[in-house]
Ligand binder design. Structure first.
Ligand SMILES: Cc1cc2nc3c(=O)[nH]c(=O)nc-3n(C[C@H](O)[C@H](O)[C@H](O)COP(=O)(O)OP(=O)(O)OC[C@H]3O[C@@H](n4cnc5c(N)ncnc54)[C@H](O)[C@@H]3O)c2cc1C
Length: 500
């Protein structure tokens, strides 16, 4: 059996290692092996491993945060497989932090009602996971190819049988099963915590192959990313947990006027308030200040954030630093069932590119690494069993008859449009202007040499169409013209390419 895995983050490498036990495996990544969201993860990975914890409690916390759109089966699969996923990561060599007695150290994070977040190297969890899995991959028999962009999936008689790559002429790779593990879509935005490779390619690839895409409108924006330098560097919520305050241009705290929990209000509330303050002050940032705390304590408590900010010319111990919301995580994605099966035979998806239904409209911190680990394992088990495709999800998919050719003139133009018109707060007028631009772009042949640009443009267009259709505010999706949650919209949005 031949299996093609597209992506080198936690979902991709974990899947490739498991698949190599019974199949010939090729793993592709668009950039260097570690240019992934996985590598950037800071806080940790959640799982109910404590004596007083229970996967059912973890499931309840997850469903409560999901703004009415979690799929209970997916959440239960996530949380009940969680402890085994952690054991597997330990076996693969991930060294999670331990307390002085040698027990795995567990932290508490927003929405988790009990300590259940494992971390490594303090706030360096992703680096540790990526490097341990990378080491195991190097020892395995997997054929690994980096700096290769998949531009199209091959579908014959309704079954996905491989993929073609874009660089150095088109190479065709045939396989009995293809797993998409292409990660998030944050880099569709100018301001993002994601690496440049995170342009939502898997969603466009699957959509073009005829698979159902679910809830693409749900993009989570992290409230506090450092502004300036190379990309937007994440300043963890934990700083606000320790007492960091947000200040406007005049140096005044503004969150105290917005929410009783002030800086510790839910992510979407803080992000929205920052955006409104920036607009009022005509600024591209607000300030975050934790410098009133002891400098040695801060250096010890937040080594990664301290160093990362310092590398970008800012010292969290010395004074306020400029921050702004940044595109961070994509809840929407390729629809899969609990076994990672898409609606196209032979095509599977796992990790951030998939919509398993585990996150609903709002992701709980530290559940995404777990999702990547759990569902990539389940997908490989389904491939081993040679299970057929997933049943179509409940509800009617909106069939789109689109020209798939054409793309934005450049990635920068696309990112500018997404930031300006499809960002953290949205309006019907803005979304319609964005769709006008997509219409103009699709009329022109693609001229850019950026291999992912047609895929990125298509995923961005899906996000925009879905954001316009959802005439309410829910979870991470905030409409200025429909500010409240609408019970009639307590349903998923489903998208599929119209068959000719
Ligand atoms: C700054 C930051 C901090 C985070 N902190 C946490 C945290 O503490 N806890 C948590 O649970 N989650 C966290 N997350 C989210 C979490 O890291 C991701 O959701 C998770 O790592 C996704 O893993 P993945 O394997 O699905 O994708 P990724 O790790 O992003 O890997 C995607 C892979 O797909 C490849 N790829 C993409 N397109 C193509 C293409 N066309 N052809 C070939 N290859 C392609 C890329 O090259 C890459 O190898 C954080 C994210 C960020 C950005």
């Amino acid at each position: 059996m031949r299996i093609l895995v597209i992506g080198s983050g936690l979902a991709g490498i974990n899947a490739a290692l498991l698949a190599s036990e019974f199949a010939d495996v090729t793993l592709l990544s668009k950039g260097p092996l570690e240019q992934t969201n996985t590598q950037r993860a800071q806080g940790g990975i959640a799982a109910a491993i404590a004596a007083l914890d229970d996967p059912r409690l973890h499931a309840e916390d997850t469903i409560r945060a999901g703004a009415g759109l979690c799929d209970p089966d997916a959440v239960h699969a996530l949380t009940s497989d969680g402890p085994e996923a952690i054991e597997r990561l330990l076996r693969l060599g991930v060294e999670f932090d331990r307390d002085p007695s040698g027990m795995l150290a567990l932290a508490t994070e927003g929405a988790h009602s009990t300590p259940r977040v494992l971390h490594a190297g303090g706030d360096q969890t992703g680096v540790h996971i990526q490097s341990a899995l990378g080491d195991r991959l190097a020892e395995s028999g997997v054929d690994v190819r980096t700096d290769v962009t998949v531009g199209e999936l091959i579908v014959e008689a309704g079954r996905c049988v491989g993929a073609t790559t874009e660089e150095d002429g088109r190479e065709t790779l045939l396989a009995d099963a293809v797993l998409l593990a292409t990660g998030g879509a944050g880099a569709l935005y100018r301001t993002t915590t994601n690496p440049e490779s995170a342009t939502g390619d898997g969603i466009a690839l699957a959509f073009r192959a005829g698979a159902v895409v679910r809830d693409p409108e749900f993009v989570q924006f992290h409230p506090t990313a450092l502004v300036g330098g190379d990309g937007a560097f994440l300043i963890s919520e934990a700083l606000r947990g320790e007492g960091a305050v947000l200040l406007d241009e005049a140096g005044n705290r503004f969150m105290t006027r917005v929410h009783p929990d002030a800086e510790l209000a839910p992510r979407s509330v803080v992000a929205r308030a920052i955006t409104e303050t920036m607009r009022r002050d005509c600024a591209d940032h607000v300030m975050l200040d934790i410098s009133h705390m002891d400098a040695d304590y801060l250096r010890g408590r937040f080594p990664g954030v301290y160093r990362g900010a310092l590398d970008r010319g800012k010292d969290i111990t010395a004074g306020p630093i400029p921050v702004a919301p940044a595109a961070h995580y994509h809840m929407g994605g390729v629809y899969t069932d609990v076994d990672g099966r898409t609606t196209v035979s032979g095509l599977y998806a796992a990790g951030e590119c998939a919509s398993t239904g585990a996150h609903g409209a709002n992701r709980v911190a530290s559940n995404s690494l777990l999702e990547a680990a759990v569902f990539s394992s389940r997908a490989i088990e389904a491939i081993r069993r040679e299970a057929g495709p997933a049943q179509a999800p409940d509800g009617e998919a909106r069939s789109l008859r689109w020209r798939l050719e054409g793309s934005a003139p450049s990635m920068e133009t696309l990112q500018g449009t997404m930031n300006e018109l499809v960002g953290i707060t949205r309006s019907g007028a803005g979304l319609r202007s964005a769709l006008d631009r997509f219409g103009e772009w699709s009329a022109e042949p693609t001229t850019s040499s950026q291999p992912s640009l047609p895929l990125a443009t298509l995923t961005a267009r899906l996000i925009t169409e879905a954001a316009l259709q959802r005439a309410e505010s829910r979870g991470s999706h905030l409409r200025l013209d429909f500010a409240e949650e609408d019970p009639a919209w307590r349903r998923h949005s489903l998208w599929q390419l119209a068959r000719e």
